[in-house]
Write a protein that binds this ligand. Sequence first.
Ligand code: HXC
Length: 260
Amino acid sequence: SEYQYLLVSRPKPGVGLIQLNRPKALNALCTPLILELNSALRTLQADKTIGAFVLTGSDRAFAAGADIKEMKDLTFSTAYGADFIEAWSDLVTFLKKPLITAVNGYALGGGCELAMMGDIMYCSQKAVFGQPEIKLGVIPGAGGSQRLTKAIGKSRAMEVILTGDNISAKQAGEWGLVARVFETPQECLDGAIAAAEKIASFSQIAVKAAKEVVNKSQDLGIREGVEYERRVFHGLFGSKDQKIGMKAFAEKQKPEWSNE
Ligand code: HXC
């Protein structure tokens, strides 16, 4: 494989699957792994035949966090000077195609943060989430304090981040951290791949716009957000796929998307 820490495949038409593959360290997210992940996502993103991604780990661990052994001797000036963790934020800002994260086993610290970068998160019964950084004398550093709070609310996020206690799969489902809890890891991965395949079967233009407007809701107030949505909605009447989709409905045909 061209990657040391990843397995990349295409399990279904339009679906790019990336599996974190550093089993001996429970997929601890060392810098070389993050750089590979960036590169794999960029390659798949540039591929017109890919419509959606799935990111997963192993049955035992999605990822047990950033690599503690790599971080332990960092100083303020090396962390700040090299903008340690900056490569992580790139992981989502450039991604325009939907990413589904399928979590089995541990998703702790940076692993939980990476999982939350997905547009949709699924997990199985044995998944364990948490932000245990407080136990190491630090705090979440890849968006955890922001994304977890948006996802489950302030009081619950405070409890998780301040106590370092884990979140069970059941709790993650009830709190809405994940969209769905599957019985087994295989069902979770199959479910993620099936959702990605479905997404990839629609107009890529419409999918891109849908992801963009939902993401705007994270940054904008409701009035500006609704206006933004309407502008993008109007814009889609300039696409070929709007004509294709609505004409097909009126003629009781299946649409053949042009992605234009
Ligand atoms: C480096 C790690 C690691 C990590 C596990 N390993 N997590 N190495 N960084 N985050 C390594 C262990 O050192 C060990 O290597 C091997 O993986 C197997 O782990 P064990 O501990 O032996 O397994 P187990 O007893 O089953 O316990 C699993 C575990 C535990 C509960 C997940 O490994 C654990 O607590 N890990 C750390 C979790 C954590 O604190 N994550 C947050 C990190 S801070 P050897 O060589 O001994 O076999 C963080 C900051 C993010 O993520 C901020 C910015 C991104």
